[in-house]
Design a protein around this ligand. Structure first.
Ligand SMILES: [Zn+2]
Ligand SMILES: [Zn+2]
Length: 360
């Protein structure tokens, strides 16, 4: 039997590389060899034990793999494309039970059992339920899609978190051609949102405080950038956006910084829309004061958006195939072997780097 290795979180900021036999896939399952996995902000939170749902679990969820074994009955991906050993695929990192309240309402992104498999200790078979590993076990019923040859691993690895979620958020915000979208934060999420909105004919303004990230934002299609070091207060930044646009039609908060949400309320025009997606922080110290009166007077719509509907991963792969000119390689500017996962997490935590990758 082949042995595989996986980065297991065993305590706050304690990671062990564990070794297990790679299981044979049960009917409906697929075993992948991981080719590349990204360090996402939520992996860093999980590593710090800030994710109550994911403690003694595997780390990593943004990845692309290669089919090494197909369970009985698996002939196609979830878009009906034939799959064979050696094909590269991306998998939706959470499960959809199809039975809980949200699933019954068709809100698959909110499945209450979404993390039920991932949160299991890797000691328990089939062990490989997370991306920082040599292998990954796609469970029966777990959505996965084939990656076209023209989409390389660096581009595909980010599809199943950041990109799919941003495509979902843009639909939730109903941004249309000719509108102005302000994206707060030029990390992976913000850059994907910028590229996807621009493809729809939306004018994108990106706010961030790191020059390299703003430069990347322009390469991803931002019509304009606002440097927080040049405009240090929320009021100053809102003034820049107002002068340029009269107020944004929509604002997408992709920073994970709570103060950005209060600022989004300032940035949106009367009647505008705000999406809160970058922030998952449940700690009381992450709360901020907002003015309900201002929300009322401006008649704003606020949407919180968690994960994405699984079919958006298919759209994400198609988006990548349509947009080969995007500098997605710049999104992951450094790669580490699995043994250096802790160093990769440290690097991933530094805001100057958009994404760090693990190539097991
Ligand atoms: Zn992620
Ligand atoms: Zn469910």
């Amino acid at each position: 039997m082949t042995k595989g290795r996986i980065a297991a979180l065993v305590g706050p900021e304690k990671v062990e590389i564990k070794s297990f036999d790679v299981p044979e896939p049960e009917p409906g399952a697929v075993v992948l060899g991981v080719r590349r996995a990204n360090v996402c902000g939520s992996d860093v939170h999980q590593w710090h034990y800030e994710s109550p749902a994911l403690r003694e679990a595997g780390l990593g969820h943004e990845f692309v793999g290669e089919v090494v074994a197909l369970g009985e009955g698996v002939e196609t991906d979830f878009a009906g494309e034939p799959v064979a050993i050696g094909d590269r695929v991306v998998a939706v990192y959470y499960l959809t039970c199809h039975r809980c309240g949200p699933c019954r309402r068709g809100q698959f992104n909110l499945c209450t059992r979404g993390l039920a498999s991932w949160s299991v200790n890797p000691e328990v078979a089939p062990h490989f339920r997370s991306g920082f590993a040599t292998h990954y076990y796609v469970q029966p019923g777990q959505f996965f899609y084939k990656v076209p040859d023209r989409v390389d691993d660096a581009a595909a690895a980010g599809a199943n978190c950041g990109l799919a979620q941003m495509l979902f958020v843009l639909d939730a915000l109903e941004v249309k051609a000719g509108e102005t979208l302000v994206v707060q934060g030029a990390g992976g999420l913000g850059l994907y949102a910028t590229a996807a909105a621009r493809e729809r004919g939306v004018r994108v303004i990106v706010v961030d405080g790191v020059a390299d990230r703003l430069e990347l934002a322009r390469r991803f299609g931002a019509a304009r950038t606002v440097d927080m070091t040049e405009h240090p207060t929320a009021q100053a930044r809102a003034e820049v956006v107002r002068e340029a646009t009269g107020g944004a039609d929509a604002v997408l908060e992709a920073t994970g910084v709570s103060a950005a949400f209060a600022e989004a309320i300032e940035l949106a025009r009367p009647g505008g829309r705000i999406a809160s997606v970058g922030n998952l922080d449940a700690r009381p110290e992450a709360d901020v004061a907002v003015s309900p009166g201002l929300l009322t007077r401006k008649s704003l719509t606020v949407k919180g958006v968690l994960r994405y509907d699984p079919n958006y991963l298919h759209r994400a792969v198609a988006f990548l195939a349509r947009n080969p000119e995007l500098p997605l390689g710049s999104l992951t500017d450094s790669a580490y072997p699995l043994d250096d996962v802790v160093e990769a997490l440290h690097r991933g935590e530094q805001r100057s780097v958009a994404r760090v990758a693990i190539v097991p």
